[in-house]
Write a protein that binds this ligand. Structure first.
Ligand code: ZN
Length: 280
């Protein structure tokens, strides 16, 4: 597995230029657009010889396309208010220009869950641990490596029924908490979990809420997080092809039973993974 991953990384490095040339002839497969909280806005930047640089505030955005036409992908935070927003777009040496779009309203439902009390009323030690882990996660999702070279169509990391619970306001044991920022997929403990898209393992760990977790950096500020695993079979730095195993479904962390939690982060905010799957 490790040797296979290394060979793939070498092919990536050697084949890079040819792959980029081929990719520039084809339109990239983009996620479905949903310019709303928890969604992704696709902003047309027009043609240009070089890839423009786009930012939302200080945060760099993923820009895909070719000299015939570039698109900025903007992940919109679940807690962002609807209304107008401005990107800055820089082309070559020209001064940055502002480009506006409108975040649309979107309604999410509510989910009531019962979990072990220690996972809702945190002890001082657990709270300190969670705060450390949250700071670490903020570093992981701030990664901005080279943009993906292929399209962004992802495969589900496990087969199974998808909950469609992204964005639900959650009430644990009667207490409101942050909304659900990923997709839950029902699967038996031990079911292999695979990379939804090619990338490099950015982080692995065993976290208070998320349990055993693998982060995959797909490039350009797009990452996947796979949680509650019973087993992790990869290490930070490993290169993964789409569909390559990273571990197995489990019930570690704050869970009501074995399942896979899959989050997708784009420009440092969690967006709905369903937007990256083939439309149903
Ligand atoms: Zn979940």
């Amino acid at each position: 597995m490790r040797r296979r991953a290394a060979a793939w990384a070498l092919a990536w490095a050697l084949g890079g230029a040819a792959a980029v040339a081929a990719a520039q002839d084809a339109l990239p497969v983009l996620p479905q657009a949903r310019p709303a909280p928890g969604g992704v806005a696709l902003i047309d930047l027009g043609p240009g010889a070089d890839r423009p640089q786009a930012r939302l505030g200080d945060v760099p955005l993923l820009v895909l396309g070719s000299p015939g036409g570039w698109t900025a992908l903007v992940g919109i935070a679940l807690d962002r208010a609807p209304g107008p927003v401005q990107l800055s777009v820089q082309r070559g040496a020209a001064p940055a220009a502002m480009l506006g779009f409108e975040i649309q309203p979107w309604r999410y439902g509510e989910q009531r869950l019962k979990v072990a009390p220690k996972h809702v009323d945190l002890s001082p030690d657990d709270l300190a641990r969670h705060q450390r882990e949250r700071a670490h996660q903020a570093e992981v999702i701030a990664g901005f490596s080279d943009p993906p070279r292929a399209g962004l169509r992802m495969q589900p990391p496990v087969p199974g029924v998808r909950s469609g619970s992204f964005g639900l306001r959650r009430v644990f044991n009667g207490q409101p908490r942050s909304p659900h920022s990923g997709m839950d997929i029902a699967a038996a403990a031990g079911t292999p979990v695979v990379a939804p898209l090619a990338g490099r393992v950015a982080d692995t760990g065993d976290y208070f809420f998320n349990g055993q977790t693998v982060w995959i950096d797909h490039g350009g500020g797009l990452l996947s997080m796979l949680c509650h695993l019973s087993r992790v079979d990869v290490r930070p730095g490993d290169w993964l092809a789409a569909g390559e195993a990273v571990g197995a479904v489990g019930a570690t962390g704050r869970v009501t039973g074995p399942h896979l939690h899959w989050s997708v982060s784009l420009n440092r905010v969690m967006v709905d993974p369903a937007l990256f799957l083939a439309p149903e």
